[in-house]
Write a protein that binds this ligand. Structure first.
Ligand SMILES: [Zn+2]
Length: 193
């Protein structure tokens, strides 16, 4: 990976960033810095409270979108989970898209159970921001948005029936970037929802 020498726009500290990094943490002032064509600027992020009793070993970025899914048509060849599906999508749902450098398979393993469980996170107070920098963001908000459609499809295929065809729309709100604690490679977030 090629590292580019950049300077934090808030504190002028050097900011090591890889080619694919879109948002990085400044190790000095701890701000999240967005790197794009328009230059470098701070991006508001929210850190989540770790699960009680856990000791975070890393911090990872996750895009959070609220989305309203409208199911137009859902046809099956056997079984029928239509009622369950309509009930799940009858209200806006949160989509959680890992934004750090992981495989598509790991992304699916994290985001699908979260879509089902709809966990709510509690923000860390400003004074408690960890000194460990979070993993750089390598998935753009636009790419994360595209993945929401794939997740709806995955969730519907996974229901206890034989899905033949489906048609739906998603209306998504603005994404927010959360930084979640990990302990020994697994998310260790205080889920209050
Ligand atoms: Zn800085």
């Amino acid at each position: 990976m090629k590292l580019v020498a950049l300077q934090c726009p808030v504190c002028n500290h050097s900011l090591p960033a890889g080619n694919d990094d879109l948002v990085v943490a400044c190790t000095n002032c701890r701000n999240a810095i967005l790197l794009d064509e328009q230059g470098l600027r701070p991006l508001p992020v929210t850190f989540a409270q770790p699960r009680p009793g856990s000791t975070p070993t890393a911090w990872v970025p996750v895009w959070l979108f609220q989305g309203q899914v409208t199911l137009h048509r859902r046809e099956t060849q056997g079984g029928n989970a239509e009622k369950e599906a309509r009930s799940f999508w009858s209200q806006p749902r949160y989509f959680y898209i890992p934004a750090w450098d992981i495989t598509l398979q790991s992304l699916q393993q994290i985001s699908l159970p979260m879509l089902r469980a709809q966990p709510q996170f509690s923000p860390l107070p400003a004074g408690a921001i960890p000194s460990t920098p979070f993993q750089p963001v390598t998935v753009s908000a636009e790419d994360a948005q595209k993945l929401t459609e794939f997740l709806v499809l995955e969730l519907e295929v996974d229901r206890q029936d034989w899905l033949k065809s489906i048609s739906f729309d998603i209306s998504l709100g603005q994404p927010v970037l959360w930084i979640l604690p990990q302990s020994q490679g697994n998310l260790a977030v205080d889920e209050t929802g």
